[in-house]
Design a protein around this ligand. Structure first.
Ligand code: DGL
Length: 273
């Protein structure tokens, strides 16, 4: 498995949000073939139990594995928080979640090691970021905060609407000051779309950490590490396939904001078990 291996990189999320991670992969490795699966019939994962999210994640991974992927990116913070061990157990390819790359990046940028984590209720309740940060840096202070209203705001296209600024203020302004955060992990695929509102609420002293670009770098590092031949440069652009588990119209329309451009053809699949 390496960059010259033409098998696609498989990426899944509960729905649209993982397109922010896919966009970062496309930006860093435009030559890679990718297959994205958005589980739009079962979204959201953020409010569901770890058992149910794990079942859905295994189901999504099995669909992508059948497509012959060379590695799997779990582009959903909630699924990465609870389902990685189960996925690693059944798959015979590398699996990259968003938690560890995000935690590593936060520790790199944080000077005082006082780090906030924003996420869905499921991600925050799992303590996955807390555990990853503490295992990498035992002296770190972690302050987790669920922000459930951010996901619908991003999906509505209201990431920079005055309402988003107001909600971010309510959630974050006094909390970030009280805890003297010097960095803040955007631990949900949707939150990069609210960066201006989140940045304004926490102020310039707190650096935002987007796990999407950290994940793309982790994928590149993994492919480089296993590379055997010289890198042919420049490589042609890879193929990009999209699958969803509900009708594609909304995904196509809203997804453009998350991907940062139009999506190609989107196929609907039935994964219900
Ligand atoms: N993709 C999810 C995450 O990153 C957010 C949306 C959901 O709740 O399913 O946690």
């Amino acid at each position: 498995m390496n960059m010259l291996d033409p098998r696609p990189i498989g990426v899944f999320d509960s729905g649209i949000g993982g397109l922010t991670v896919l966009a970062a992969i496309h930006k860093l490795m435009p030559w890679e073939n990718t297959i994205y699966l958005g589980d739009t019939a079962r979204v959201p994962y953020g409010t569901k139990s770890p058992e149910v999210v794990t079942r859905y994640a295994l189901n999504n991974a099995s669909f992508l594995a059948q497509k012959g992927i060379k590695l799997l990116v779990v582009a959903c913070n909630t699924a990465s928080s609870v389902a990685l061990p189960a996925l690693e157990k059944v798959l015979h390819i590398p699996v990259i979640g968003v938690i560890e790359p995000g935690a590593r990046r936060a520790l790199q940028v944080s000077k005082k090691k006082v780090i906030g984590v924003l996420g869905t209720e499921g991600t925050i309740a799992s303590r996955a970021y807390d555990n990853a940060l503490i295992s990498l840096e035992p002296r770190v202070k972690v302050f987790p905060k669920p922000c459930p209203l951010f996901v619908p705001l991003a999906e509505e296209g209201w990431g920079d609407h005055p309402v988003a600024f107001q909600v971010a203020n309510e959630y974050l302004r006094s909390w970030s000051k009280e805890n003297r955060l010097d960095s803040l992990i955007l631990g949900c695929t949707h939150y990069p779309l609210l960066v201006p509102a989140i940045a304004k609420a926490v102020g310039p002293g707190t650096q935002l950490v987007d796990s999407a670009s950290a994940v793309a770098e982790a994928v590149l590092a993994l492919l480089n590490k296993s590379e055997e031949g010289p890198e042919p440069n420049p490589l042609p652009r890879g193929t990009r396939e999209y699958f969803v588990t509900d009708v594609p119209e909304r995904f196509s329309h809203v997804g453009q904001r998350f991907l940062g451009g139009p999506l190609g053809e989107i196929h609907q699949v039935d994964l219900m078990v």
